[in-house]
Write a protein that binds this ligand. Structure first.
Ligand SMILES: *Cc1c(COP(=O)(O)O)cnc(C)c1O
Length: 424
């Protein structure tokens, strides 16, 4: 740690807080770039970089500056709404590198994506396939499609982020996929392009994704034997990241190797849809301690960030490392977080919900006014933020070397109800 506390690249977080206030999301361009490069390097090591496309899953963090960093690196994008399509195009992303996922695409969203000329729709039901064919016919186009198949493998992650089990709402049941492909191939306004599979998120064990790959490849071969030849195989996202020291995540090369070994000898193009693993560890949430409130059994540190800013702890009971930005300002000389000056705190926000916490039982030496960094908050942080309790959403900043760029201004209070009106 520097004298002036924690840094991101060449910039002190204390300076960021002084300039832009808190709560504030802070991202590192170098970390975003390194995460993308690790994915590319894994593909390169298996000789597959030239026939693969990494489609960043926009919902993990959809700020235009982040999308633009990935667009400049050559990434494609995995979108789940018309709003995300508009963001990708506004950020300089190429429509022909966009795949459109999601169980409930509206006709208007389908039309917008067809008109933009996206690479592929990942179709998740028979009904959607029929509707897409109709919409494509009405605008005089053929819709490029993959079926998202549900391989029924257990990704061994949180139930809210498991998506590939038989009872999930996602994808086409594996046993129905063959027949649905035959139907797709017969529809005049559908062009069958590929297959897609995404079994869950925050996966730390590569085995479930490798097992899903086997199932997908067997189906691809069965389809080819029936005359339906697929151009690409999309293996989704889901690679986990390290949130806590005692739960290490595999490197991209190690996580992807079992999958890539199965794919090396094939001719299809490969696609991936990583979200969390490209942005999660490239961002943190800066927050200030507002009130220290000692209790009979628990001590509370009320901070100025809350569940509306970072919903993952409340929603998934997710664990984020929380550290002090400065070493100075501790009650006793030389004390640090491992000494007696530290106490076990509930780190909570000011929102009127008992579920509004950022961390339980954190051993920290705190004063009111201290700055904290909530780590690994780059994914599913700001993109899930809301205005609950009429709280303006946080500012977002990206660090690039010594430069600090404000990439989203802090919301202002009049904006909170600018779209509302009273009865006459
Ligand atoms: C959310 C999602 C992703 C990204 O998942 P991560 O765990 O963030 O990598 C990829 N594909 C689809 C279809 C998704 O819904």
């Amino acid at each position: 740690m520097h004298q002036d506390g924690l840094h991101v690249e060449g910039v002190a977080l204390a300076d960021v807080a002084a300039r832009f206030g808190t709560p504030c999301y802070v991202y590192s361009r170098a970390a975003l770039t390194a995460a993308y490069a690790a994915y590319r390097a894994a593909l390169q090591a298996h000789g597959m970089a030239d026939r693969s496309l990494i489609c960043y899953a926009v919902k993990a963090n959809s700020n235009l500056a982040i999308l633009n960093v990935f667009a400049r690196l050559g990434a494609g994008f995995d979108i789940v709404s018309g709003g995300e399509l508009a963001r990708v195009l506004a950020a300089g992303g190429a429509a022909e590198k966009v795949v459109f996922s999601g169980v409930g695409k509206s006709r208007a969203e389908m039309r917008a994506a067809l008109e933009a000329g996206i690479h592929c729709f990942n179709v998740e039901s028979a009904s959607e396939l029929g509707r897409l064919s109709e919409v494509a016919g009405s605008v005089g186009r053929r819709a490029p499609v993959s079926l998202r198949v549900n391989p029924d493998v257990d990704p061994k992650t949180h139930p809210y982020i498991s998506t590939g089990l038989k009872n999930a709402k996602f994808g086409v049941a594996f046993d129905d996929a063959f027949e649905l492909y035959r139907r797709a191939a017969s529809l005049p306004h559908i062009a069958v392009k590929g297959i897609d599979c995404h079994i869950g998120s925050q996966l730390l064990d590569p085995a479930p994704a490798a097992e899903a790959t086997d199932k997908v490849l067997a189906l691809v071969d069965r389809l080819a034997a029936a005359g339906i030849r697929l151009e690409h195989i999309d293996l989704g996202g889901g690679m986990g990241i390290q949130y806590r020291a005692d739960e290490p995540a595999p490197a991209a090369s190690a996580y992807l190797a079992p999958m890539l070994e199965k794919l090396a000898a094939r001719r299809e193009r490969l696609m991936f849809e990583p979200g969390r693993s490209l942005v999660g560890n490239a961002g943190l949430l800066l927050t200030r301690v507002d009130v220290l409130k000692p209790g009979a059994e628990k001590h509370f540190a009320v901070v100025d960030a809350a569940m509306n800013d970072l919903m993952r702890p409340a929603l998934y009971d997710a664990w984020h490392e929380i550290v002090r930005v400065m070493r100075s300002g501790i009650p006793r000389d030389g004390a640090d977080d491992t000494t007696d000056a530290a106490m076990a705190y509930e780190i909570v926000g000011p929102i009127c919900e008992s579920g509004d916490f950022l961390g339980h039982d954190r051993h920290l030496a705190l004063n009111e006014g201290d700055l904290l960094a909530v780590q690994s908050a780059g994914a599913y942080g700001m993109s899930m933020a809301s205005n609950y309790n009429s709280r303006p959403r946080a500012a977002e900043v990206m660090i690039d070397g010594d430069a600090v760029h404000l990439i989203r201004r802090r919301e202002e209070i009049p904006q909170l109800f600018a779209l509302e009106s009273m009865l006459p």
